[in-house]
Ligand binder design. Structure first.
Ligand SMILES: C[S@@+](CC[C@H](N)C(=O)[O-])C[C@H]1O[C@@H](n2cnc3c(N)ncnc32)[C@H](O)[C@@H]1O
Length: 283
């Protein structure tokens, strides 16, 4: 467990989230008009959430949490970033969609949460790479789930860690000595790079040429390590799917928009998985 890294990441996320939200226009109006930030793959994996207690771990600024709440779920969103939670709390009030948001390191929150108090635990798109210990997280998720409850994860594929970008071209990533990917430039403004992909028709120029003053560190877990940690915690894997596109996020600038807010690698690359989703049940 690397709480020191989590705290540094919190500082980096605080800066990044303010820049990200500057591009997303009138989000409360979008949600009030019945807009959703969930992708079809998210909806499919989540299933029917009406009346369910959903905990959205690493919920960022709450757009997906509120989209889930709008489907009739009782939602708690948890995130380490102060900026994320104050934005999400405001967004809930302004959109009129009820949800509870709590600022906490996910590990502290899972430890303090009442056991068996969630029907669904959800995490998506760039969440698991911030976890410094997969086994402690998976055990905490299992403890939080009521019997029959499900963990739903939809994520960018670890295969993307093999790629990097240099001078506007995709290149093989440089060798890394360990699992920790330190980024001196911190979390970048991938929302600006993705345009409508993450702004859902609301894109605004917002903050220009964002420079994050706070470095960040990700953990480069493989798909096998994640599935193994979930299975070893005692959850039963029910679904595992991979897709050759990434929803919403242009991870590398040469990626190509194929419509419906999806991005693929340029045609010179073989099709490789860019996203995966899984569902695991507490029996
Ligand atoms: C890429 S965002 C997830 C985006 C999400 N799919 C959404 O609904 O917008 C990753 C989030 O993880 C949060 N995070 C990173 N480390 C964390 C930790 N140790 N505990 C809780 N949240 C954390 C960050 O603050 C950030 O908001």
């Amino acid at each position: 467990m690397r709480k020191d890294i989590h705290e540094q990441n919190r500082r980096s996320w605080n800066h990044a989230i303010a820049a990200h939200n500057s591009h997303k226009g009138d989000q409360a109006g979008f949600l009030r008009r019945g807009g959703t930030t969930l992708f079809p793959e998210d909806r499919d994996l989540l299933g029917d959430v009406r009346g369910r207690r959903v905990v959205h771990l690493m919920c960022n600024a709450g757009q997906d949490s509120l989209s889930i709440a709008a489907l009739g779920a009782e939602v708690i969103g948890v995130d380490i970033s102060d900026e994320a939670i104050s934005f999400a709390t405001r967004l809930s009030a302004d959109s009129g969609i009820a949800a509870r948001f709590e600022r906490s390191d996910v590990y502290d929150w899972l430890e303090a949460a009442p056991p068996a108090s969630a029907d669904v635990v959800f995490s998506s798109y760039g969440a698991l790479c911030w976890l410094s210990d997969l086994h402690v997280w998976a055990a905490g998720v299992k403890r939080l789930l009521a019997p029959g409850g499900r963990l739903v994860v939809i994520e960018f594929h670890p295969a993307l860690y093999l790629l990097d970008e240099r001078d506007g071209a995709i290149v093989i990533a440089p060798p890394r000595a360990d699992k920790i990917w330190y980024e001196a430039r911190g979390i970048g403004d991938y929302v600006a790079l993705s345009g409508e992909g993450l702004a859902r028709g609301q894109f605004e120029p917002g903050v220009q040429d964002f420079q994050n003053p706070e470095p960040s560190s990700e953990f480069c877990w493989t798909l096998g390590e994640k599935v193994d940690a979930i299975a070893r915690a005692g959850l039963v894997i029910e679904r595992l799917s991979e897709w050759p596109y990434a929803n919403g996020c242009r991870m590398l600038s040469p990626m190509v928009d194929i419509g419906d807010d999806r991005w693929v690698l340029p045609p010179e690359f073989p099709p490789m998985p860019l996203m995966y989703g899984l569902a695991a049940r507490r029996v």
